[in-house]
Structure formats: C-alpha cells, structure tokens
Design a protein around this ligand. Sequence first.
Ligand code: GRG
Length: 299
Amino acid sequence: MSTLDVTQLDLEQITLPARNVEAYLSAFLRHRPLPENLKRAVAYGLLGGGKLVRPILVIRCCEAVGGRPEQALAPAAAIEMVHAFSLVHDDLPAMDDDDLRRGRPTLHKQEGEAMAVLAGDAMLSLAFELIATRMRSADTAFAVIRELSIGTNDMIAGQVQDTLPPAEEIAEDPIDRLELIHKNKTGALLRAACRMGAICGGAAAAELAALTRYAEAVGLMFQAVDDLLDVTSTTDELGKAAHKDADQGKLTYPGVLGVEGTRDQITRLHAKAHAALESFDRRADPLRELCDYLAVRQK
Ligand code: GRG
C-alpha cells in the first residue's frame, strides 16, 4: 500500500457524488424555514471543506448493489449532517476545545458557543427529518433511520469511551481498547453509511454483510490514517490542530503500534477492505478506489 501514489488516483471521479450531496444539502437548508442566524450557523458547520466521505460511501454502496445514486441522495445528505453535528460538538470548549476546523475558525469561534450547541442539535434532528420527509418508500426510510440512529448512538458511546472513560475497564489490552473505541467513535458512522447505501440499493443479505465487512475495515483504517496524520502533518496541512492526540494523552495507533506499526496496520486493513469486495463486479470499483484514496489521504 505504501507504494500507492495519491496523485495517480482519479480524485474527481472518486468524489463525483459529493457535489450532488452538497447541492442537495444547500437546497434543503434554503427551503427549510429556520431562523436566519441558525441557518447561517448550520450552513457554516455543514458546507464547504468537508471531504464528504460518508455520503460518498452511501451512494457508492447503493451503486455497488445495482441501485441508482438518486435513491441514496437523502440518506447521503442526512449522514453528513450527523457527521457535521459531531464535529461541531466535538470542537466545543467542553469537549476538544478546538479553534480550527477545515482550515477556518470552528463554529463556536465564529458564532458563539450557544449557537454552536444549537446548530449541532438542529443538524442531528434535521438529518432524521430529511430522511423521513424525502424518502418515497416508508419501509426503506424505516430501515435507513434504524441504521443511522444506531450508528449515531454508537459514535456517541465511542466519544464517551475516548474522552470520559467509564469506571468499568472496557478492555485490558491497549490495541483491543483502541479498536473498540474507534470501532464506535469513527467506525460506527462509516458502517452506517455503507449499510444505508446498500439498503437503498436493495442489497441481498450477502451483499449487505460483505459491505458491512468492507465498512468495518475502512472505518479502522480511516482512524489509523487520521492518527498517523496527526503525528506526521502540520496544522496548516490538516486544516485542524495537529499533534493534539499525544498532548491530550489519547490512545492512538502510533502510540500503541509506533509509526511503522501503524503503516503496517493500514496495509492490513486496506487488504481486508478489498477482500470484502471480492464477490462484487465493476460497480464496486468506486468503493475500491475510495479505499485506496483513504489509505493514502493527506488530510
Ligand atoms: C461529539 C457526539 C460527538 C461525537 C464526536 C466525530 C467525533 C465524535 C469526534 C471528532 C474527533 C475525531 C478524531 C473523530 C474521529 C472521526 C474523524 C476522523 C472525523 C473527521 O472526519 P473527516 O476527516 O472530516 O471525514 P471532514 O472535515 O472531511 O468532514
């Protein structure tokens, strides 16, 4: 994997669905009556600068099982709202206390703490409103809401395990503990994204199971890369504070496995994600390429 060169990947092609999702979110916000200052805050936290990895996964998983991208657009937009909510709340002084996100001031720095709390709250509930009001099939909407609510709650559990560890020890071995936290904090939403997309595309049980395996490997890999970048990149390159994990005494892949060990782990997880897609045809190629990109991303 380390031989893979990010400049050889067709990023335009891989991220194609992202622009539709941004346009969809922007139109949804424009038409949804809300106080103007709340709308501005939600738009600031939600649009412009994110990689839109989760919505891309939703749409590409839908396509991998034979669905059309439009079938997955509302769920794709919804999961980006949940993700944006988590970032806005994570940046608050009561949590990570960050000033910089996506290369600009965090929402609470821009609009104040109260508005950041409320905008995060609004994004979370607007996500579910979007699915419930925009999806044609009530059965699919129900299944998608099930996945997104479970994913969101597992992500919150992961945040608690990471930042407010429960009194009972969640795992003895540091690598088990690390994987449990990241499976929840980062992995749960990526897993929900893949499952939501697969459901929208009408996946068979075996396809859903395979895409879940893909998502779980990509989820851990995503975090291992994130931990590595925190150590190896600058704040300017990342658009958010670098070297924060070690400063906060967080359990990280480089902290447990070292930098080289983390690179090996990324290679293993990358192979695992590809193996999960073995039974899929060319319609899963965008998922293969996305996995390649996520292994070598620089921000
Ligand atoms: C506050 C409920 C609550 C949860 C917070 C998202 C999160 C959980 C914490 C943020 C810190 C962190 C390192 C989370 C792991 C997930 C992660 C790497 C998020 C960043 O996602 P990207 O890289 O962000 O997809 P962009 O900016 O591209 O959208």
